[in-house]
Design a protein. Structure first.
Length: 291
């Protein structure tokens, strides 16, 4: 059974798609990468359902079928995603799935924000997994790549502030992105800290199992970056060979997600989370829910 919900997040209407496989299966939530529409994850969702999960996937605000596109009056940042969007998303899912998702799988920025939410104790009992996701401090790269990343940080922040949004589709990085996201992205490259980290005091921190999967040859989230992201909540890091013979592993893994999900299931079996029977091996400042 397929359901489509709408989550109001600031100026944005954000579609959230849920597919129930039947029975008492656990729920897996997928949070996409920057600029990647939810429709691109069809194969990943089908593979999760084949392994015995109900599935849910959200658009990122202003991406895919979410409207409007970011502009100066429709903006958000990393903190909004971590402290408002993800908690509101989980509340929506808890209406049909008491206790919320058993698994949150975040890709790239989806993995970064899910990791930060887990660190802040905002993801309930879900196991959080990031894929092709890492910290973006320039020291996670070597040589000329460091200089390139620092130059990109300056360029992205400058353009986003001039236009009120970042025209990523025209510049080959993401889609049309929110100014706040790109400003935070730029600052984290230089400072070595995501802005939400400063809001997570010791009284809010939880020690929750997290897994951080790096894809061999991924230029956007190398193993060193995945390890630095994993260090935020004290999680585990594993490297998986590129799963698809063409394209950038950062994105192409979703065309053949089986090896990544094998690694996830192997890890889950060691975190005392019951696998499906047929498996192989905070704040509500500006979010509301409607069907």
């Amino acid at each position: 059974m397929d359901q489509l919900h709408q989550l109001a997040f600031g100026a944005f209407q954000v579609p959230v798609s849920v597919t129930q496989s039947g029975g008492d299966a656990p729920l897996a939530l997928v949070i996409p990468a920057l600029g990647v529409p939810a429709a691109k994850y069809r194969q990943l969702l089908a593979e999760l359902r084949a392994r015995g999960y109900h599935t849910a996937i959200t658009e990122l605000p202003g991406t895919g079928t979410s409207q409007p596109r970011p502009h100066r009056g429709a903006d958000y940042d990393y903190g909004d995603l971590v402290f408002t969007f993800i908690p509101a998303l989980l509340r929506l899912l808890e209406r049909d799935f008491p206790g919320g998702p058993a698994l949150i799988l975040g890709h790239s920025i989806g993995g970064q924000t899910a990791t930060l939410a887990a660190k802040a104790g905002l993801t309930g009992s879900a196991r959080v997994v990031s894929v092709a996701s890492g910290h973006i401090h320039f020291r996670c790269w070597d040589g000329a790549q460091r200089l390139y990343l620092l130059a990109m940080a300056t360029l992205a922040g400058t353009i986003a502030n001039l236009l009120g949004y970042f025209p990523g589709a025209r510049l080959g990085f993401g889609g049309r992105e929110a100014r706040g996201i790109m400003n935070d992205w730029s600052r984290a490259i230089v400072s070595g800290r995501f802005p939400p980290e400063r809001r997570i005091g010791p009284e809010r921190q939880t020690r929750q199992p997290t897994l951080h999967i790096a894809l061999s040859g991924d230029p956007f989230a190398p193993l060193k970056a995945a390890r630095r992201l994993a260090a935020i909540p004290g999680g585990e890091t594993r490297e998986v060979p590129a799963t698809y013979p063409k394209g950038n592993p950062h994105l192409s893994w979703i065309k053949n997600p089986g090896p990544v999900l094998d690694t996830v299931e192997n890890w889950l079996s060691g975190t005392q989370l019951a696998l499906p029977a047929n498996a192989a091996g905070a704040s509500s400042r500006h979010a509301s829910i409607s069907d």
